[in-house]
Design a protein around this ligand. Structure first.
Ligand code: ZN
Ligand code: ZN
Length: 304
């Protein structure tokens, strides 16, 4: 049961040869998501062998170009490849206008529907739910309206110990009760659900904080996440610049990770001003040991 994140771009606003603009591909139990879609994302999806056409849901955090300019090309290619299935986009409302005007000027006809869902920037909002997963957006603090996203598995029900089903010749009704943590009477004897079931899988979670300055208001949303992505555009030597442009330093990203008590921190969105990025990991690990510095093509699996 995969919970796997692929970094398609770890760069800041200006791409470099090694660091493309922000985009991430997330596979949670064969549900495929794209988080932000900077310029060149479709090429990165190919390069890192992602399931290009299987993405059904796209999340765009905000409308700075380094987070959405790749969407025009990606959607056009999906159309050329003959996609028929609806694609769902969660994004700021103005993106709908931008896409509509671009595709109307270029005379582009799609074979598939785009289901557009406007983000709420005033409060945390459940934006998607199915049998195994919940996705919630939450406001972050950037120079324009911007949202982060949390992807969280639901705790699965207890599962049956197979040998017990045969041994006790259990009916469907009995199995249902046990999975729902209820005891069941069998031939006059009460069977404890704990004796015939084992615990379900734990719920794994990934919190994506998009572009944001240091702001402790986001901590309640991301608390205890298995993996936190927090931008780290600058080092402390440019703390003023970070504050001015509503971005964060590596030290600040690590401080948020520590205060939110997450298991692991992933830092990225490195400014093109820094040719070498070793200093980011060094600075962050002084505050939060379990930090990983991401690079284009980096894959991170969250284990069960
Ligand atoms: Zn950005
Ligand atoms: Zn931005």
């Amino acid at each position: 049961m995969k919970f796997e994140l692929t970094i398609l771009g770890c760069g800041g606003a200006i791409p470099t040869l090694d660091r493309k603009p922000t985009a991430q591909y997330l596979n949670i139990q064969e549900r495929y998501f794209l988080i932000d879609c900077g310029e060149g994302t479709q090429v990165q999806l190919r390069k890192y062998h992602c399931k290009f056409s299987k993405i059904d849901r796209i999340f765009i955090s905000h409308l700075h170009g380094d987070h959405f300019l790749g969407l025009f090309g990606y959607l056009s290619t999906l159309s050329l490849l003959g996609r028929k299935k609806t694609i769902h986009i969660h994004a700021p409302k103005d993106l709908k206008k931008l896409l509509a005007s671009h595709f109307s000027i270029s005379g582009k006809q799609f074979n598939f529907d785009i289901n557009f869902n406007e983000l709420n920037f005033s409060k945390s909002t459940l934006i998607f739910e199915d049998s195994i997963l919940q996705i919630t957006s939450f406001p972050v603090d950037h120079s324009i309206q911007c949202c982060g996203f949390i992807f969280k598995e639901k705790t699965s029900k207890r599962s049956m110990i197979k040998s017990k089903i045969r041994e006790l010749n259990l009916s469907i009704e009995a199995i249902k009760s046990f999975k729902n943590r209820q005891n069941f009477k069998l031939d006059g004897k009460l069977i404890d659900f704990r004796d015939v079931t084992k615990p379900g899988n734990r719920s794994r979670s990934y919190a994506y904080c998009a572009d944001t300055c240091y702001n402790e208001n986001i901590i309640p949303y991301i608390k205890h996440a298995d993996l936190l992505y927090h931008e780290s555009t600058f080092l402390e030597d440019r703390k003023d610049k970070a504050q001015m442009t509503k971005h964060s330093t590596a030290n600040q990203a690590a401080t948020i990770a520590s205060k939110a008590n997450v298991k692991e921190l992933l830092i990225g969105h490195f400014s093109a001003r820094y040719e070498e990025i070793d200093g980011f990991l060094e600075e962050a690990q002084k505050v939060f040991k379990n930090t990983i510095s991401c690079y284009d093509g980096y894959i991170h699996s969250i284990k069960i």
